[in-house]
Design a protein around this ligand. Sequence first.
Ligand code: ATP
Ligand code: MG
Length: 361
Amino acid sequence: MAKIILTGDRPTGKLHVGHYVGSLKRRVELQNSGEYDQIFIMIADAQALTDNADTPEKVRQNIIEVALDYLSAGLDPAKSTLFIQSQIPELCELSFYYMNLVTVSRLQRNPTVKAEIQMRNFETSIPVGFFTYPISQAADITAFQATTVPVGEDQMPMIEQAREIVHKFNSVYGETLTMPDILLPDNKACLRLPGTDGKAKMSKSLGNCIYLSDTAEDVRKKIMSMFTDPNHLRVEDPGQVEGNPVFIYLDAFCKDEHFQKFLPEYPDLDALKAHYTRGGLGDVKVKKFLNNVLQDELAPIRERRKEFEKDIPAVYQMLEEGSRKAKAVAAQTLAQVKRAMKINYFEDQALIEEQAKRFQS
Ligand code: ATP
Ligand code: MG
């Protein structure tokens, strides 16, 4: 069976280092591994509109930002199809049919949707489109017959929902859709990177992000003012590394070679953590090290972004070409779905003949 990846991001802001470690970096590795037959990367503008209906301009402006983040992180249009969700109307059609296979109470139980509804203060005024976005996400995944969906931990309930839809569809209408598997980051710190404010998730909507496109100076400032262990007041005090975002970021980004390069008095992260826990290691020193580590990772991304920014029309052209390719694939799946559901009346010669006979007899 072909190995196919589908994943993407909502164009609600620029991409941040949480997206990078949670999904984007992995995609680039998978793309370059040559192990996948096809890779589809979607800018989910239609999904972004489900909770940004009143601010379409925000979504429109961020399409190019996300595309530039993709290219500068190393996604290569020669190997991966980059496309815009709203340009593939087949996805809406699939969603419409899948809606019949999901109950309202099942959607209400989705923990990510629950948390997001709370975060957005929707209370009882939840847009129907937002409420049903797990269904449209199942359409996105299955339209490309994706086997693998590399995402952060918050997406687990979405993939579970998609799997249920695939199971239900195939058992009612016959084997048609491919069962997708989630691919989570191996590194625990990358499952859900916290914000610079120590909040559980770095998120565009919470303003606690380090963006891939931040300048070196912005990154440095954000790191130096990061939340750490609130009880670690003096250098000599013992500090806590668990739940301390500075150390979580180090867990996510730091490699042993960074110690040789920037902090040779420690062999590795375990040694640094042990010193912090013991006491006698100040936050400033750890933050300066984290800054060096992050700059090392982000500098090449920033440089590449500058190059891609020089030809913006070419980026739109690449997205248009990608959307055209993606549409052709989604159309094939939709045709299979309609055939399976027996709503392909005009290509079903047997049906027409059978009806003709019925009316003649
Ligand atoms: P929004 O607030 O608009 O939902 P977001 O920051 O949650 O934005 P998404 O576009 O919803 O970003 O998520 C894109 C991808 O990035 C998903 O795979 C998601 O799991 C992953 N992701 C988002 N935030 C983090 C994070 N803090 N740590 C790890 N992965 C993340
Ligand atoms: Mg999100």
